[in-house]
Structure formats: C-alpha cells, structure tokens
Design a protein around this ligand. Structure first.
Ligand code: SAH
Length: 196
C-alpha cells in the first residue's frame, strides 16, 4: 500500500508542476516594475525543494531514511494514507483555484509587474494567501502519505518557512505598492484560514 501512497504523492507533484507552466510562461514575459529579493528568499526556496522534493525522493528510492520510519502498524498506516489522499486532492484543487484566480499576477518570487492588479475576488475574497493554504494542506497530506519523520514533515517545514519568512515580506511589498487598497483588503481577510 505504501508504494501507492508514494506514487500518488509524486503524481500530485507532477500535476502541480504541469499546472504552473502557462503561468510561468506569462510571468517571464511580463515587465517587472518591482522585484524584492530579501535574504530569506533562498532559504524559503531551498526549504520547498528539500522538504517537498528531495526528502520524499530519498525516502522513496533508497533505504537511507529507514531509521526515521513511523512506528505505526499497517492498518493505521493504511488509514493515514487514505486520509492523506483526500487532503492531497484538496491541496491540488486549491493550488489550481488560486493560480486560476490570480492569473497573470502570479509570480514565483516577490514581484510587481507593470500591469499588476490587486486580486480580491474568487478564492482571494475569503483568504489572502490561498496558495500557501494549499501548501499547508499539502504538508498535512505529505505527513500522512510518507510514513517517515523526515520525509513526512518536509512539507510542513516548508509551510513554516513560507509563513514566517515569505508572507511578512510579501505583505510589506503589497502594502507599499497598493497602500490603502491592500490595507482594507487585509482587514477583510485572514492570511491562511478562509473566512466564510
Ligand atoms: N501569496 C499569494 C500569491 C503567491 S504568488 C497566495 O498564497 O495565493 C506571489 C506573488 O503574488 C507576489 O509576488 C505578489 O506580487 C502576488 N500577489 C499576492 N497576493 C496578491 C493579490 N491579492 N493580488 C495580486 N497579486 C498578488
């Protein structure tokens, strides 16, 4: 069963990478008027690559992380895996939905383009950082699908970096550019937990 959960994990990762291709192409062509590169950004990006990619890959392809395997018995692992699959599906859906609503305003790093518009509709009307909410769901799914303390916790660790290092800088940049419009938007929404 474990192999199925690992395969679903990497399947989800491939789907997300493919989903991002058109947005990535567009943002490469867009004219940037502001680019923020705080020293924390390489740490965040390394955390995402190691936590979501490298550790799950090492765990799935080698026995090297065996010393950190969960001590749970097979029936418990099976249930964890099934719950993990449901949460993974929710994470991928939210990842798609937030890219679709953010459209050409999406960028992989902290940037403002010449045609940038503040998006406050769609999923962005109920939460300010739905893509990072999707990362939180992904981290929970990963912990349930990868039955190992190191490979399983990588996604939650990456979320922690996004939450504590990226979001404060991103909001600072948005406030500086959009001013009162962004301030009012912040008053109506939470960062990660959607409001009804
Ligand atoms: N933090 C958001 C977006 C991540 S992509 C989320 O989790 O869904 C990062 C880029 O999105 C940033 O460089 C910023 O320019 C842009 N951005 C973030 N929130 C935005 C919004 N509400 N409207 C328009 N652009 C936004």
């Amino acid at each position: 069963m474990g192999i199925l959960f690992k395969a679903a994990y990497f399947g989800g990762l491939i789907v997300e990478v493919i989903m991002r291709i058109p947005y990535d192409r567009h943002q490469r062509e867009a004219k940037k008027i502001k680019q923020w590169a705080p020293v924390s950004e390489p740490v965040v990006n390394a955390g995402l690559s190691i936590g979501m990619g490298l550790l799950p890959l090492i765990y799935s392809l080698t026995p090297w992380l065996g010393f950190a395997d969960y001590p749970f018995a097979e029936p418990a692992r099976r249930w964890m895996g099934f719950v993990g699959l449901a949460i993974l599906a929710a994470a991928v859906w939210l990842f798609w939905r937030s890219h679709s609503d953010l459209g050409k305003n999406w960028s992989p790093s902290l940037e403002i383009s010449s045609e940038h518009q503040l998006v406050t509709c769609g999923i962005y009307s109920s939460v300010r950082h739905p893509m990072y909410t999707s990362q939180l769901l992904w981290g929970m799914a990963q912990a349930l699908l990868m039955h190992n303390w190191l490979a399983g916790m990588g996604g939650l660790m990456a979320f922690g970096l996004l939450y504590f290092l990226r979001i404060p800088k991103e909001e600072q940049m948005m406030l500086q550019h959009f001013g009162d419009e962004y301030r009012a938007y912040c008053e109506q929404t939470n960062r990660i937990v959607p409001t009804l």
